[in-house]
Design a protein around this ligand. Structure first.
Ligand SMILES: Cc1cc2nc3c(=O)[nH]c(=O)nc-3n(C[C@H](O)[C@H](O)[C@H](O)COP(=O)(O)OP(=O)(O)OC[C@H]3O[C@@H](n4cnc5c(N)ncnc54)[C@H](O)[C@@H]3O)c2cc1C
Length: 302
């Protein structure tokens, strides 16, 4: 294994299992793991040092959209826990800014308390602003693209870049960043234009959305929706129609509550989870002729 010299080296952990850093509670070890939580400067220094040494870097937020292989991830995994939300009255309607490690739920709730609407959908979505920018996360008819103005992205080759909405080229659970397989970038900050509204009204909307989720989505360790909804249909409906609710491989289960959620009901391996994905995709294709596309991302050595 190569060596790695980074600032704050005493906080670098070797061969750290990633299961506890992912929402599905599975995944093998990272060669090195660093949890950045002090400041954006710290995050930039650590990632830049690894890049300069030719060590591959994977930045994760909540690990809520990634299936990490049982073999784990080579190089450095940085968990971005640098969370800071600022409100103001800036140019062109920008009135909120959040660092990439800010939890979506925290951002949504702080915005609501401030009387700023637009991110209510995010109040019960796990993960961070950084992951949500990459994925253009969304729910209940809204997404990041609807409120985001621009993002500051550290690029391995070009340094810090201000990326506009146009540069980010958002699509359905997609962006220009998601399309970059090299992943040699870090989302440091995002700014938003939110709509002033009575905090109590925003809060009520949040509570309604949370109650709806509780009724329609399973608790437990999962990655949320595994597949994207195909045009004009729902992945969950197609999986259920193919008779796959309750289908299980090892400890990975197609949720009986919502068929597009696969729950780790014990000690599922990434191999179980991945095999279940392939099985479901194949059966749905045979049943409906529709090839489901993954919303989640496989990470590490497959
Ligand atoms: C129970 C449950 C419900 C969910 N519901 C929804 C939903 O309603 N709508 C929805 O859209 N999603 C949903 N998801 C998926 C997930 O919450 C979102 O995709 C979220 O935005 C992922 O954020 P994260 O920080 O966990 O990203 P991660 O899973 O950690 O990372 C995702 C990708 O982004 C990259 N990344 C993360 N942070 C950075 C950064 N700062 N800089 C550069 N790259 C970065 C990672 O390398 C990876 O490629 C759900 C997940 C769960 C477990």
């Amino acid at each position: 294994m190569m060596t790695l010299l980074v600032p704050y080296a005493d906080r670098l952990v070797r061969d750290e299992p990633l299961a506890r850093y992912t929402a599905a509670r599975l995944g093998g070890p990272a060669d090195w793991l660093y949890v950045a939580r002090e400041s954006t400067d710290e995050l930039v220094e650590v990632v830049s040092a690894a890049w300069a040494q030719g060590v591959p870097v994977r930045v994760l937020g909540g690990g809520a959209n990634v299936l990490v292989s049982d073999q784990g991830v080579r190089g450095l995994v940085v968990i971005n826990d640098v969370a800071e939300v600022t409100f103001g009255d800036w140019h062109d309607g920008r009135n909120a800014a959040a660092t990439g490690g800010t939890g979506l739920t925290v951002l949504a709730r702080k915005s609501a308390a401030r009387g700023l609407a637009g991110l209510e959908w995010a109040a019960s979505v796990p993960g961070t602003v950084g992951g949500a920018v990459v994925n253009n996360a969304g729910a209940h008819g809204r997404d990041m693209a609807a409120s985001l103005c621009d993002a500051v992205v550290l690029d391995a080759e070009r340094g810090p870049q201000l990326m506009s909405r146009e540069d980010l080229a958002f699509g359905y659970r997609d962006s220009a960043l998601k399309a970059r397989p090299d992943r040699r970038f870090v989302v440091l900050l995002a700014t938003f234009a939110l709509t002033p509204e009575d905090p109590a009204v925003i809060q009520t909307r949040i509570e309604e959305l949370i109650a709806y989720r509780k009724r329609t989505q399973p608790p437990g360790a999962s990655l949320g929706s595994i597949f994207k909804n195909p045009p004009g249909d729902y992945a969950g409906r197609l999986i259920e129609a193919a008779g796959l609710k309750g289908c299980r491989i090892g400890s990975a289960l197609v949720s009986p509550v919502h068929a597009n959620f696969f729950v780790n009901i014990g000690d599922a391996t990434a191999a179980d989870y991945s095999a279940l994905i392939e099985h479901v995709r194949e059966v749905v294709y045979r049943h409906s002729g529709i090839a489901l596309e993954m919303e989640i991302e496989r990470v590490g050595e497959w």
